[in-house]
Design a protein around this ligand. Structure first.
Ligand code: CUA
Length: 331
């Protein structure tokens, strides 16, 4: 590829990057993210200022004071100049003091607001490699899609079922570690409805990069409707195929790891499947939830996401069809 082509491609990429909702930290959709991005921008421009100043002084002395032909005299020396020493000690101290003050100001501004009755409480549990979301006050358990009402403070408790993860939704907030045996806390508030992509931000093993989530911020009415639907038991399977699938799932090895409310399945190792088909993604947020993707996954989960804990259920194509027919009733 020629250099010119490469430059065109980079410019095109930069323009295209502005077109879609992207999970970049500077693409802010909450007060917390905006305050953090503002602090970053200020420090970045201060850094550029210092760099330009130092580079200018350096270049000036290189150009002005370089040794000329036949000239053996030394340029004017500044060693032991008290005034200069004081200036270049004082300026960095003042800069660091300024950075300290604006950092503390930002930390105070983004600190969790005191708990209020209107808050939504969510417990986030990190698993290798997917996210569990429990709503203790609503009695809802879901995975990978975190539904929240926009404009409402969400108080989050974070813990882990296995190793250390880190919960990060760049458009909305900074990172918070998710540590086994410890309850860390953080809070979120999305300014507007929208879907914001999150990602585990602490190396947690083979599929760390494939431990994603979606924060789905909705209007309060939409969120209430979603929560009401999640609290219902799914309708009983109707067709013969759905019933065959239900038998395979509830009487097979699935029940060792998964739970489905209203059945004998009480497993807590894998995601709760009660309303699986109300989700947009599965497998730790990596695959859009479609029949084809689910069939691929059930054929052998480790082909799709090597290292994940789901067993290969070794079912025939016909059985997979029946299982999916049943899972589709779990809306
Ligand atoms: Cu979980 Cu990285």
């Amino acid at each position: 590829m020629s250099l010119r082509k490469l430059i065109y491609l980079v410019i095109l990429g930069l323009f295209a990057a502005g077109c879609t909702a992207n999970p970049a930290v500077l693409n802010t959709h909450s007060m917390v993210a905006e305050r953090e991005a503002s602090l970053f921008r200020l420090l970045f421009y201060m850094g550029i200022g210092v760099f330009v100043l130092v580079a200018a002084i350096l270049l000036t002395s290189i150009i002005r004071d370089h040794r000329r032909h036949g000239d053996n005299t030394e340029p004017k020396q500044v060693q032991g100049n008290t005034r200069l020493e004081i200036i270049w000690t004082a300026i960095p101290i003042l800069l660091v003091l300024f950075i300290f003050i604006i950092t503390v100001q930002t930390m105070t501004a983004v600190a969790a607001p005191p708990p209020a009755a209107s808050d939504l409480k969510v417990t986030v549990i990190g698993h290798r490699w997917w996210w569990e979301f429990d709503y203790p006050d609503l009695g809802i358990k879901t995975a990978n899609d975190l539904h929240i009402p926009a404009g409402v403070n969400v108080q989050i408790k974070l813990t882990s079922a296995d190793v250390i993860h880190s919960f990060w939704v760049p458009n909305l907030s900074g990172k918070t570690d998710v540590i086994p045996g410890q309850n860390n806390t953080m809070w979120l508030k999305a300014d507007q409805a929208g879907t914001y992509v999150g990602q585990c931000a602490e190396f947690c093993g083979l599929q760390h990069a494939n431990m994603r989530l979606n924060v789905i911020a909705q209007s309060t009415a939409d969120f209430d409707a979603w929560a009401a639907a999640q609290k219902q038991l799914p309708a009983a399977p109707q067709t013969a195929l759905e019933q065959q699938g239900q038998k395979l799932v509830t009487q097979g090895i699935c029940s060792g790891c998964h739970a489905i409310d209203g059945t004998n399945m009480k497993g807590a190792i894998g995601p709760n499947l009660t309303h699986l088909y109300s989700r947009t993604v599965f497998a730790g947020g990596v695959l859009p939830l479609t029949d084809q993707n689910l069939a691929l996954w059930l054929k052998n989960p480790n082909d799709v996401k090597p290292g994940n804990l789901m067993a290969n259920v070794r079912t025939s194509d016909q059985q997979i069809e029946a299982i999916i027919a049943y899972l589709k009733t779990l809306k």
